[in-house]
Design a protein around this ligand. Sequence first.
Ligand code: PLP
Length: 608
Amino acid sequence: MSGPEVAIDLGRIERNARTVVARCAEAGIKVFGVTKGMCGMPQVARAMLRGGVAGLAESRFQNIRRLRDSGIAAPIMLLRSPPISRAEEVVRSVDISLQSELAIIREISRIAERMGRVHDIMLMVDLGDLREGIWPNDLLPTVERILEMKGVRIAGIGTNLGCFGAIMPTPDNLGQLVAHAYKIERLAGISLDYVSGGASSSLQLLLDGTLPSGINNLRVGEAILQGGVETFRETPWKELEADACRLTADVIEVKMKPSRPIGQSGYDAFGNQPYFPDDGDRLRAIANVGREDVMVEGLTPIHKGARVLGASSDHLMMDVTDADPPVRVGDRVAFRMNYGAMLLAMTSEYVEKVPLHGVEITPRGKMVQIVADRGAAAMLARLDAGARLEAMDYDVVEPGDAARLPAGLMRLSAGTDRRVALEALAATVEETHSVGLIRFDSRASLGSERDAGGAATENSVLSQVLGLMDEQGPLQPQLSPENVVLIGLREASPAEAAVLKQSRITVFTMADIDASGMRQVVREAIRIATTGTAGFHVSYSPTATEIPGWADGSGGMTVRETHQAMEMIALAGGMISMDVSALSATLDERVTAETLSFVMSAFGKRIL
Ligand SMILES: *Cc1c(COP(=O)(O)O)cnc(C)c1O
């Protein structure tokens, strides 16, 4: 580890979402989870969806694209009006958008109509906070104009409070919102799906029992991401967990120095004239994080007795005289962040983001289920696969009734061709909330061919897995391209290369393996496949490996490199399941034997 890092506890985010969703459900309120504080990180969005939010809400197109790219099909709300030039993107990428200007709504309608669609909008009403919104007197005339447009539908009305004018939501102003909703329904003769009563700050009224009935939607970010630390300043909402995100950095200097700078004072690096009280000599520590990474004023050290003094662009000065335990060079120090600090840390490209799971990865133990198609089953039997696994202390269990993997059970799927990966992954996805994929193959398999029955062919296996062949992939949202790694690629058509470039899949070609070595590549692959997941699936095609005398593998990884990769995977311990293809009688016997020995390595076979 080096440099600033934000650790994100997805377990806490999921539990917070569940708490908020459950409380809101009692009042008939549906929650949209706001991901903008986390830059639309797909793992965070998935944690919210697991917690039960009805949809996601985002303010930036880049983030929305990130969510959609990663296969999230849940409804997405655009939290601010787009510029006119992005109207088409609105219609294409989001299910509903917040709007307050006729000119923009008109353009969206025109484009939606041209595309043969109707775009849902939520009209924003300004109830006094003076950020976006139609002034209440203009509301009905605006609605009437919109009703003439064919490409948009008024799906609801909403308001935003506590942002610019720091106006609190109250029974009074939210009561006005509900009254406006009724008036629109009555006078315009339409029915509204949403009456959206604001953000996290409106939850306080809900808890107090004073939220006007008629509000049926809230857009909640802070309470889920931060546990309501800022929303419930006075009386915390106890069930919510704080500290889902923490910033950490390295201590790079610890020295006793005077508390007051010495010499003639001028301006600091940011044009200010700071004042320093004289507290005598103090022990000071410097952490390698600064204003380029985060809003320093929003940081609170978690380390007992440590205090932030200030920062320049890359150095954060702390007083650690009273720190307990003492702070030393090389330590990692952790900070709690307020919403502003979190926002900046998440958008700084210098800060690494690491999603973690509060829940431990279940150690997959010594039980393995073997699933094979007919051709592969014969090969496995001939090579004594079951007996060899048993010799490694595995219990080999029958497939049959164990459609679900009990904790601790791994699955080995074997097939005559690459299509084995489809069922193998589908089964694993069923059992996990999220899974990564490490795939060793010479080919990308990202084509779009289908067989006569409409199913994927060997050339389109990965497209099918990633849901690129249908509107909505069968394996989404548990398998995200951000957790997919391809190793040993030697062949990709121009079309496949284009798909790869656009996707968030990580690829290590043979050239990359040559350049950085198998060790480095596999270490990185495991990191990517386990980031925010419950573990990973390994897919292996023998064509990835150059087996002496076998043309199909020429130019591939060496036999030794393949063993090394599999041994590292076994040691890392996150493998949930594995598939291996090309196990058929038509294959050279040496190749099959070698292939099975790679599988044994992945399941933990060691030389000694
Ligand atoms: C950011 C935002 C929210 C979410 O606010 P939180 O305080 O994080 O819950 C809701 N609605 C709109 C329009 C927003 O811009």
